[in-house]
Design a protein around this ligand. Sequence first.
Ligand SMILES: NC(=O)c1ccc[n+]([C@@H]2O[C@H](COP(=O)([O-])OP(=O)(O)OC[C@H]3O[C@@H](n4cnc5c(N)ncnc54)[C@H](O)[C@@H]3O)[C@@H](O)[C@H]2O)c1
Length: 398
Amino acid sequence: MYIGGKYFTMQENISRQQFLSMSAAAGAAMLLGSLEGWAAEKQLTKLRVAIIGCGSVSNRYIPHLQTSALIQIVSLCDIKPERAIAQNKEYKVNAATYGNIDDMLKGVPFDMMVTLTDMQKHGILNKKALLAGKHVWSEKPMANTYAEGKALLELARSKGLKLWGAPAVVNSPQFAFMSKSIQAGKLGRIASAHGQYGHTGPTWSAFFYEKGGGSMPDLGVYNMATLTGLLGPAKSVMAMLSIVNPERTVDDKGKIKVEAEDNAHVLLEHANGVISHVMCGFNYFDPHGHEAKGQELHSIQIFGDKGNMRLIGYDWETNGVILDDSWERAGVLHEKETGGYQWQEGATKVGESIVNKTEPRINVEHALHVLEIIEAARKSSATGMKVKLTSSFQWPMI
Ligand SMILES: NC(=O)c1ccc[n+]([C@@H]2O[C@H](COP(=O)([O-])OP(=O)(O)OC[C@H]3O[C@@H](n4cnc5c(N)ncnc54)[C@H](O)[C@@H]3O)[C@@H](O)[C@H]2O)c1
């Protein structure tokens, strides 16, 4: 716990007097928190954000959140507390820093938690934040099972709180272009679509390969969000998953056993006979690497009987969309610019929507639907059966 400029570890001897003064400060902070929370409900001009998980992706989230005049990062937390302290310094955040969520919830008051930890911890941490009255933006997945995700959403609604899950792909101008083209009938009757995302896998943390990790919640999730966002909710799923590389060496744990799928092929059945396919994995050689700079792959392809579209690069960081809808002329490249969209913008955009009292395009029911797809794909692969889905979301999105 970081109090008054000093970080206290569990091992450190804290005197009884120090403990009492810390507890009193925490109690005062809690009271202040609820009063401030009430005031914030009345007139919120700046959203106070707490980030949990100060690893790799926090290097993209912190600077992006700092670009917003409507957001202030007030707390940073990591179970490796030196990481919270280091990011505080690196990005000149001037936040309070903590070594666990319970201390952070008792500490400096805030409005929204941004969850950037190991995937396996998202459900439990998001629940704690909601129970404490905080809005939540969660990196994917927003929960660790579909049932847990549904329960989190019910909890959020019962407390008048907002909950959202990454990714933010539906915010890109390329997604908007594709969605509008489909809705305008430019592709005629839609039949099939394909999405793919892979590289040779993260090297820094074991959780990507442990139970509850895997290439679907880390990578396929983007394509699943894009394809369902464009084609509508899926009714059923069939999948084959495998582990191609049973052992890995990663920075935090050395040699580990791979427990979650590192190769996945997922078939989605949408309405009106439309079928889409997602392929994702951690063993796909890609000279553009994890950052995917300059990626030219047509990673999303949509086919109708009057036209087709191919998205250039990945759906989370794309360089345009080719629309082919003529027998006479070659396909035309559209939407080459990002229009300011950045894949790490989700927390900033939903945070701003709270202050502005607007409804962002990113939709929690969509994230929940994708979570159900991932779980169904695992079940389908294990049983060899087609799995029916129950969830849905408001569609078309644009
Ligand atoms: N790295 C990327 O480029 C990237 C991009 C998009 C999304 N993501 C997603 O972001 C999340 C984090 O990925 P990462 O690459 O930053 O991982 P990471 O291992 O670099 O960072 C995770 C951090 O969370 C901390 N942590 C774990 N459990 C915690 C707990 N209970 N309380 C507080 N802190 C805790 C770890 O100590 C670590 O510092 C994952 O969901 C991942 O799928 C990562």
